[in-house]
Design a protein around this ligand. Structure first.
Ligand code: UDP
Length: 247
């Protein structure tokens, strides 16, 4: 694997993207930086980059093995992965199985309400605007993608949710909600991009009924609950236990 770490193409809040030997690929570095509330709250959490990189790689592999196209190609090291170079579609797709977070802040829906069918929300990816939620009409008005492409994105998101929900259920974890990003690769193919980790998913431990104790994701950072890295480590440990069972 002689991928030269080339020039920095882009630096985001939690990742850096570098050029690769091949023009169709990029190297993505997962940083230890943590941000919340549109980067108003910031910190460095030692070990987070490694955990999110490994968790994302395992979950992208799981999705690929279930026929979901992703940008993931291979792990390069503990904090770097090689992925398709993509054109990012500037939307964030959130799917929710249980009500919490912004849904409960912005509507009278009580915490923990089961959402069946899961609720799918589309946001406009723009930090300056605070990632506003989009109505279908506003999405059409912005003309970011065709409605056919949007339907594909919604269907892929629902399939990803089904696969991940079932998988995490078997690890005694409730998949509360998560955010996906999408892009098109050099072949024009629509792929799931970014990361899938406790930074952009909510996980509740089924073995713990304490409403704070059960949280195993970035809400520990958002709500100053402590034990952030232990929670992320617990997610990776449970994933690795299942993969050692199947190999
Ligand atoms: N999320 C994310 N990035 C964002 C906003 C949300 O990854 O910019 C994830 C978040 O971790 C959660 C889901 O999307 O798993 C739903 O988040 P919500 O809309 O409830 O917002 P929050 O309460 O985090 O402000």
């Amino acid at each position: 694997m002689n991928h030269i770490q080339g020039s920095l193409i882009y630096e985001g809040k939690a990742k850096r993207v570098f050029a690769c030997k091949s023009p169709d690929k990029v190297l993505i570095e997962f940083k230890n930086d943590a941000t919340a509330f549109n980067a108003k709250k910031r910190s460095e959490i030692k070990g987070k980059g490694r955990l999110n990189c490994k968790i994302s790689a395992a979950l992208f592999e799981l999705l690929e093995s279930n026929g979901i196209p992703t940008h993931f190609l291979e792990l390069h090291s503990e904090t770097f992965m090689i992925a398709d170079k993509i054109n990012v579609i500037p939307i964030e797709v959130v799917i929710r199985n249980l009500a919490t977070g912004s849904l409960c802040r912005e509507t009278p829906i009580p915490q923990g309400t089961i959402l069946n069918p899961p609720l799918l929300d589309i946001y406009y990816k723009d930090d300056n605007l605070g990632d506003p939620i989009l109505t279908e009409e506003r999405l059409k008005l912005l003309d970011l993608i065709s409605m056919i492409e949007m339907e594909k994105i919604k269907n892929i998101t629902r399939s990803v949710n089904k696969i991940l929900k079932e998988y995490f259920d078997s690890l005694d974890l409730l998949l509360v909600d998560f955010k996906l990003e999408f892009g098109t690769n050099s072949l024009g193919k629509l792929v799931v991009a970014d990361e899938i980790s406790p930074d952009n998913c909510r996980f509740w431990d089924k073995k713990n009924s304490d409403p704070k104790g059960r949280i195993l994701d970035k809400d520990r950072f958002r709500q100053d609950l402590g034990g952030v890295i232990d929670a992320y480590e617990e997610i990776l440990n449970r994933i690795e236990k299942t993969s050692s069972k199947t190999t």
